[in-house]
Design a binder for this molecule. Structure first.
Ligand code: IVH
Length: 670
């Protein structure tokens, strides 16, 4: 096949796959079996691998992700991304309507839309192709998250229709459906990972992930709701929404064109009841003046348009009975009170428990046994008690008194100065603390041990098979005992033991994070590993030496000193070391790091003599520099190789941006 034929075949496959993606994710009407789709995608992928020069950056294969973004590049918005004024009741809305009528008269229509609870995104299409996806950021500039956004199935990489403006920006909201959120969050819980509070946070966290392959695993969706172009293509917002739908964008079918504020209020009432039947969260309604000419007449305030406003729904509140207060002990020993409630329906789910946070919260509520309480579901997974219905308090009911001793091991609780939480200090003997620490160690962000989950750790602990992290590495000698356990076949034992063996290769920073030292999160663990270089240095560090490491403050340093002052911790480390875990930072990881290029921005273009573009990019980023995707006034240096495009060169000259060579870059790093 000639290259021309190959390219033609690739384009045809891409067009066909794009159509199927649109049918499935936008129209919700699939016309191909998943298996067939995957086969076609695999064929295209192979063609792209064999012919990298012919691969289109907007190919449907990009939906599975691939590129890693170390630092997101900031990009200015062509049209500022403003926010909306909020209203909370009928009167606020009538006032808004009054202001509009004073300004443009009575002859206008409103478009009512759902206010999707996600994160806003700006998509730029040039010649029908998606070229940029940028977060809202501070409204005037945001982060370039194009690679990640390309994994979202309902966002087209190219538009079938050529009858679209040559350059336009379309805005919308990225969100996660509640079912996907529940499923993924449950998986996180099972793996011992921190859960997201709500679908919005999950979606926002996902869009800012560095590994687009991981992004692709988390199903996101996107509704588009506004168009920006240099000249007006449409007369009204309603007309533009209908056309955007035809161009292939995912537009909510629930928007409505209405004639006056009473219709708007009906729309609001309808959705205040029906919103829980949607598969995603909304937090209100957006009301927009339909005519673009009238929008222009109304204009903007400094922060928001005068032609649109949002109506926010109140968090739903219900009254139910407090059955009892129980206490949970976490891996750090922190004791958290939980209100167990008479089950009740709230915001589409059954609520049985509410968090009470700490002893101060019980005091604030002045909680008594058998109280009738008002519960609200805001942004958190676990609802919250707002206050007590004092009219219903049972006479003579006794006050809820916070525990004095650990509910799990009976040790007297302590409260450190300046902290609100009570702690169980028996970290070596209190079961949930022991289990929690091992669960943290095996978690994805720490040792990421395959074939081992939180429930298994619980069972192993109950059976006396593990009591310390280091016991995981002796499980291989206990296969007879393992085989006696229910639901534990030869295959799963082998998987688990392989996972444990494999974890011995995890870098020092992961091991350090896995130890679960208080205040030593992922980032701090990295800084410590690079700063101290090995565990001996870390154990022997003084307070001053610790605080000399970047980002390590007094509180963290004291916690580290306290951890290493305990002989049982040193004993554990010695055992893990003899088991072969990594306690030294790899030299090449240290050598590359510097902050010599911090604050400097680069564009790399052309072909270089000694290094590939990818290697140069890594070199710049690992020394603190930033790579920009295009030439702009923000650029400090254009790293120029052979055969650089003339348009880039021209632009750089116009903006007076210095050109540097590979050699100049190495000079800078000396
Ligand atoms: S229009 C000038 N329409 O709400 C701002 N926004 O509070 C025009 N949002 O930043 C925004 N659903 O992230 C618009 N149907 C909708 C929306 C919507 C959700 C978000 C958006 C915006 C925020 C403003």
């Amino acid at each position: 096949m000639s290259l021309f034929d190959v390219k033609e075949k690739m384009d045809a496959l891409a067009a066909e796959l794009n159509q199927h993606t649109y049918n499935y994710y936008v129209l919700a009407m699939p016309t191909i079996a998943d298996y067939e789709f995957d086969k076609k995608l695999a064929t295209l992928n192979q063609l792209e691998l064999d012919n990298p020069d012919l691969a289109d950056p907007n190919s449907p294969t990009q939906k599975v992700g691939g590129d890693i973004t170390k630092n997101f590049v900031t990009i200015p918005h062509r049209w500022a991304m403003l926010s909306l004024g909020n209203t909370y009741n009928e009167q606020d809305l009538r006032d808004f309507d009054e202001r509009v009528r004073k300004s443009i008269g009575d002859d206008f229509q409103y478009v009512c839309e759902l206010k999707f609870d996600g994160l806003s995104i700006s998509l730029t299409y040039e010649d029908s192709k998606l070229v940029k996806a940028v977060t809202r950021g501070d409204g005037s500039k945001g982060d370039d998250v194009t690679t990640n956004v390309k994994t979202i199935n309902s966002i087209p990489h190219w538009l079938k229709s050529k009858d679209v403006p040559p350059l336009f920006e379309i805005r919308g909201e990225i969100f996660m459906h509640r079912a996907a959120f529940d499923r993924l969050n449950n998986e996180r819980e099972a793996l011992g990972e921190v859960q997201y509070a709500n679908p919005r946070n999950f979606a926002a966290g996902t869009v800012k992930m560095q590994d687009s392959k991981e992004v692709a695993k988390r199903p996101l969706d996107c509704f588009l709701y506004s168009l920006n172009t240099d000249k007006n293509y449409f007369k009204t917002h309603w007309e533009s929404l209908q056309s955007l739908k035809d161009w292939g964008f995912h537009i909510s079918k629930d928007a409505k064109l209405v004639n006056g504020i009473d219709d708007v209020l009906d729309f609001i009432t309808y959705w205040s009841e029906h919103r829980f039947g949607l598969s995603y969260d909304i937090d209100g309604i957006v009301i927009k003046i339909n005519s673009y000419a009238q929008q222009q007449e109304l204009g903007f305030t400094a922060k928001s348009p005068r032609w649109a406003i949002s109506y926010k729904y109140k968090a739903q509140e219900v009254e139910t009975l407090l059955e009892k207060v129980t206490y949970q002990v976490g891996r750090t020993g922190a004791v958290t009170p939980v209100a167990n409630l008479k089950p009740i329906q709230l915001a589409g789910t059954t609520v049985k428990r509410a968090t009470l946070h700490n002893a101060n919260e019980i005091e604030r509520l002045d909680l008594h046994e058998g109280d009738s309480v008002f519960v609200e579901k805001g942004g958190e997974i676990i609802p919250k008690i707002i206050n007590v219905n004092l009219d219903k308090r049972i006479k003579g009911a006794s006050k809820i008194v916070y525990l004095t001793h650990c509910p799990e091991c009976g040790t007297k609780l302590i409260r450190k100065e300046g902290e609100v939480a009570f702690y169980c200090p028996n970290d070596e003997g209190c079961p949930p603390q022991i289990v929690g620490k091992i669960q943290h160690f095996i978690g994805r962000k720490a040792m990421n041990i395959d074939g081992l989950g939180n429930e298994t750790i619980e069972t192993f602990y109950q059976r006396g098979l593990v009591k310390h992290i280091s016991d995981l590495y002796t499980l291989k000698d206990k296969s007879d005992e393992l085989k006696l356990l229910d639901r534990f076949g030869d295959r799963s034992i082998e998987n688990m033991l392989n996972g444990i063996e494999h974890s011995k290769q995890m870098p020092f920073e992961k091991v350090l994070f896995g130890l679960g030292i208080r205040y030593v999160g992922e980032t701090v663990a990295k800084k410590l590993a690079f700063g101290a270089k090995n565990i001996e240095n870390l154990i022997n560090s003084t307070l001053d030496e610790l605080t000399a490491i970047e980002e390590i403050g007094g509180k963290i340093a004291e916690s580290i000193l306290e951890y290493f002052s305990k002989p049982e911790h040193l004993d554990q480390i010695a055992r893990l070391k003899s088991d072969g875990l990594q306690f030294i930072t790899q030299e090449n990881e240290v050598a590359l790091k510097s902050d010599k290029l911090t604050g400097k921005t680069f564009v790399i273009s052309g072909v270089f003599e000694n290094y590939s573009r990818e290697e140069l990019k890594d070199l710049i980023e690992s020394n603190g520099g930033k790579i920009l995707s295009g030439i702009s006034v923000k650029l400090n240096y254009l790293l120029a190789g052979e055969n650089m495009g003339p348009s880039k060169l021209d632009k750089a000259k116009k903006l007076n941006i210095p050109l540097i060579t590979e050699g100049n870059l190495f000079e800078m790093l000396k």
